[in-house]
Ligand binder design. Structure first.
Ligand code: SF4
Ligand code: SF4
Length: 151
């Protein structure tokens, strides 16, 4: 996905202090606060979730979901669409995680509205809201959540 097509928007990140307080409250181990663990954590989480395995393997980038995704319609940014999020999730799954990939994951998975309109429009029933929720929970575990959510 091209960075030049980015809509330039991202939610303001919560401070590490606030994230640490929340992590402590729910007993999350500090060793998880390593962004480079994302790929390993995601592969483990995907193995536990059959719907995710199916969604990530079935999407054929046909674009049928583009006309119903409010996030894409509002921004005209292909990264901010169901197929963009599937492509990004696949990149995270491949294992080599760099800062750019982490930044894109933060930007686009937190912009998904989890409305599930894509699942309704997709000929294969690919549910990107499920993918977004899973990756958001991992982003939160490694310390990357928007201020409005953490607050
Ligand atoms: S999510 Fe479904 S509708 Fe959207 S590009 Fe993939 S296969 Fe096509
Ligand atoms: S769940 Fe996310 S990706 Fe799917 S249509 Fe809604 S905003 Fe778009």
């Amino acid at each position: 996905m091209s960075q030049a097509m980015s809509n330039g928007y991202r939610h303001e990140k919560a401070s590490q202090d606030l994230i640490n307080k929340l992590h402590t409250r729910i007993g999350l181990n500090k060793h998880r606060q390593n962004t480079h663990e994302l790929g390993r954590l995601l592969r483990g989480r995907v193995r536990e979730n059959r719907n995710l395995v199916l969604s990530l393997s079935l999407c054929m980038s046909c674009g049928a979901c583009l006309t119903v995704c409010p996030a894409y319609l509002a921004t005209n940014d292909i990264n901010n669409s169901p197929l963009g999020r599937v492509a990004l999730a696949r990149s995270l799954m491949r294992g080599y995680i760099n800062e750019d990939l982490i930044d894109r994951a933060y930007t686009y998975f937190w912009q998904c509205l989890t409305c599930r309109r894509c699942a309704w429009a997709c000929p294969f029933g690919v549910d990107v809201a499920d993918i977004s929720r899973t990756i958001r929970s991992l982003l939160y575990e490694v310390g990357l959540a928007p201020n409005y959510v953490a607050g």
